[in-house]
Design a protein. Structure first.
Length: 271
């Protein structure tokens, strides 16, 4: 079912996504009537449904048609899949039918100046929930820590970095984190919590392909403080350089600019 900007139907009040956050979602930048990196988004969604035991409805054709019919050069589509609808209580029938909702709206205007000069972020007080390998990597609907973290600032920061209960920096509130230290590209290990972002994997694949040393490793605040370069990734804006984390300032170095040029130019901003 498609709602919001292309209103066709309503979500049941008994939907388990609404009641319990029992579902997954994908947020996709759409360019010229097609979702960017759609195959990767669909694979992540499908794999997540398998891990949670949700029957993934094959709505690829419906999604592609809706995005095409939206008719805007740049848009953002959000696809939500839930386990389905059930009565009160955590248990539900094994044969419950999944529900899905697609919303489409205009893409946010990300200034090219952000790509050129970088953005400021902060380290959040709010911590991510207790680590759970069953949920690690998934883009599930349980986002209350991110909601609370986002209340910590207004417009003075682009995003906030979130830590787990051990004090390890895991990700941004709505992004993945990359550091460059001594020429090596580093990103936090997400085996216990955090979202394995689509652009995060694209950056890792690119670095491997062109010979940029890279590591997926545990990261603490001191690693961020000592890094030479910092950037964020997500599917709506691609790669954004970071010029400051709280009071610590960073230059936009050669590795970040190379990745920006190769992966983002002409897609997320004009060449």
């Amino acid at each position: 079912m498609i709602v919001n900007s292309v209103n066709v139907g309503l979500c049941s009040v008994f939907d388990r996504g609404l009641q319990f956050g029992d579902g997954l979602f994908e947020t996709m930048l759409c360019l010229d009537g097609a979702p960017n990196n759609f195959e990767q988004h669909w694979e992540r969604l499908s794999n997540g449904c398998v891990r949670l035991g949700i029957g993934c409805p094959d709505v690829r054709m419906e999604v592609l048609a809706a995005v095409r019919d939206w008719g805007r050069q740049r848009a953002v589509a959000k696809l939500i899949v839930t386990r389905g609808s059930s009565e009160r209580g955590y248990r539900c029938a094994k044969d419950v039918a999944p529900n899905w909702v697609l919303t489409i709206g205009d893409a946010p205007n990300i200034s090219k100046a952000f790509y050129e000069a970088g953005v400021s972020v902060r380290i959040c007080r709010t911590r991510l929930s207790v680590e759970d390998e069953q949920l690690a990597g998934l883009k599930h609907l349980n986002r209350l820590p991110q909601v609370l973290a986002r209340r910590e600032w207004e417009d003075e920061y682009h995003d906030g970095l979130m830590m787990n209960h051990l004090g390890h920096v895991v990700e941004g509130c709505s992004s993945n984190l990359f550091l460059v230290s001594g020429g090596t590209l580093r990103t936090p290990d997400l085996n216990a919590c955090g979202v394995r972002g689509i652009v995060r994997q694209i950056v890792l694949d690119y670095a491997t392909r062109v010979g940029i040393p890279c590591e997926v490793t545990s990261t603490v605040a001191g690693d961020v403080e000592q890094a030479d370069e910092v950037f964020l990734t997500n599917s709506v804006y691609g790669v954004l350089p970071v010029r400051a984390v709280d009071a610590r300032k960073y230059a936009i170095g050669g590795t970040t600019r190379r990745i920006l040029s190769e992966l983002c130019s002409g897609v997320y901003f004009e060449k």
